[in-house]
Design a protein around this ligand. Structure first.
Ligand SMILES: NC(=O)c1ccc[n+]([C@@H]2O[C@H](COP(=O)([O-])OP(=O)(O)OC[C@H]3O[C@@H](n4cnc5c(N)ncnc54)[C@H](O)[C@@H]3O)[C@@H](O)[C@H]2O)c1
Length: 439
């Protein structure tokens, strides 16, 4: 194996400069971790607003404190820029740009492609390039490699290319970048070795796999595993409801089995940047091979039907009280897709608001972490500001709907003061009150 000793020793003695492209939920914690280990980092983002804020020492993500960014700025360890010519200064480039679906629900690789073109433009000998963005197997080899080799440099000898999937779980108090094991798969063994050496400086455990395709597929397996299991409990939730059985109690009981079972929980639908999107990267690629990914499609079908199901439960609950959904006053509690975060991307809460409004309900929301939202890709017409959450406001609404089980809420107080509570997360847990309808 032809190892690049100069690059490896620069990484090991931490004189290697790290370039992080895409300073979002993934890129920012990653660059902070390299900073903590004493590496110098240059962050690249096309969003000038983010670049400016980060250079002024401010964070724009709730669970990342500004002090952390300020410390890196004070130590002269980090600067942000939108000018790709700074790539000339870096030894390792980590690509953390978005990989969404387009409006035909097909992979949108435009961010990866633009970034690769820019990297190719400034590519120099001995650079290590890592793709971290979630994508279908084959992207690193089929999209990045040809662009990077155009300059006449050879992979595995002159430069190094690997895929290393991100496993960030924003807001998780137990697992963060350092103690989440990292998978690395390079185009050549020398590439894998360079990638492995790089991540060993910042994470406790690095697992080398034989190819980038294995690493790309492993990330999708992790997310598809979640999507399918969530769909399973979502379907069983609807059946249990018809049987008059509490699915939450069922899961709690089943989870006492010490082997062969892993609990997944139902909810109002999938949200976030990963689980609703990533599985379709694989099903799209599978179509090239004339292969149908039944589990992915079925899980998608069940999970995307959840917001409609929640709305039907709200309508039924109101109906029991002699009220129609039309003109009913509804308060949504929590619009972030995930507990204790301010992340609203693909949130089922917004979809539920949209459906309720289309049925002419009067809808407001409260979320302790999201004061206002507007301009979302799928809901350009929605612009809302949160209402204050007081006893008086709660009493005004015909129904309060718990979409996100934020820890900041006092659920007993909510149940005490609301006329009717539809709970999609079992946030009201063991509170016994006829006002509560699980959905
Ligand atoms: N958020 C998560 O929890 C998570 C977890 C695992 C994997 N991922 C994957 O990581 C990737 C990034 O996700 P994210 O959540 O960090 O997205 P994000 O939207 O939070 O951040 C992406 C950043 O990239 C910037 N950007 C876009 N195009 C750019 C370009 N050409 N050059 C420089 N910057 C550019 C955007 O302005 C943004 O700041 C995606 O592939 C996602 O699927 C995300």
């Amino acid at each position: 194996m032809q190892l690049n000793k100069a690059l490896i020793s620069k990484i090991k003695d931490r004189t290697a400069v790290i370039g992080v492209i895409g300073l979002g939920y993934v890129g920012l914690p990653l660059m902070i971790r390299f900073g903590e280990e004493g590496f110098r980092i240059i962050g690249f983002d096309i969003d000038d607003n983010k670049v400016e804020r980060l250079n002024s020492g401010a964070s724009y993500i709730k669970h990342i404190p500004s002090e952390t960014i300020q410390q890196l700025r004070d130590g002269n360890i980090f600067r942000a820029t939108s000018d790709y010519s700074n790539l000339r200064e870096v030894d390792s480039i980590l690509i953390c740009v978005p990989t969404p679906l387009n409006n035909k629900r097909e992979p949108d690789l435009s961010y990866i492609e633009t970034t690769s073109d820019e990297i190719a433009r400034y590519l120099s000998k001995d650079q290590l390039i890592v793709l971290e963005s979630t994508t279908y197997p084959g992207t690193t080899r089929e999209i990045l490699l040809p662009k990077l080799e155009k300059k006449g440099l050879t992979v595995g000898r002159d430069f190094f290319l690997v895929f290393s999937p991100e496993r960030e779980d924003p807001g998780n108090p137990t697992y963060s970048t350092k103690n989440i094991p990292k998978i690395v798969g390079g185009i050549t063994p020398a590439c894998t070795e360079a990638g492995k050496t790089l991540y060993e400086q910042i994470v406790d455990r690095v697992i080398a796999v034989s190819t980038p395709e294995t690493a790309e597929f492993s990330k999708l397996l992790e997310n598809i595993f979640r999507a399918v299991n969530i769909a399973l409990v979502n379907e069983l939730k609807m059946l249990a409801d018809k049987m008059g059985v509490d699915i939450w109690e069922v899961i709690e009981a089943a989870a006492t089995k010490p082997f062969g079972f892993m609990p997944f929980y139902p909810g109002p639908g999938l949200g976030g940047h990963c689980i609703p999107i990533d599985p379709f990267y694989l099903s799209w690629k599978a179509r090239e091979l004339n292969f149908n990914t039944h589990f992915i499609e079925l899980a998608g079908e069940v999970n995307t039907a959840m917001p409609e199901y929640v709305v039907s439960k709200i309508a039924d609950a109101l109906n029991q009280k002699g009220k129609s959904l039309k003109h009913a006053l509804i308060l949504i509690l929590g619009v972030a897709y995930k507990k204790d975060t301010d992340d609203i991307r693909e949130s089922p809460g917004v979809e539920i608001i949209n459906i309720l409004k289309s049925k002419e309900a009067e809808v407001d929301y409260h979320d302790p972490h999201i004061p206002a939202f507007s301009g979302m890709r799928r809901y350009p017409h929605l612009a809302m500001e949160r209402v204050e959450l007081t006893e008086e406001t709660l009493q005004q609404y015909d129904c309060a709907v718990i979409i996100t089980n934020h820890s900041a809420y006092d659920y007993e107080w909510i149940v005490d003061n609301a006329k009717l509570v539809v709970d999609t997360r079992n946030a009201t847990g063991k509170i016994r009150n006829k006002k509560i309808i699980k959905a």
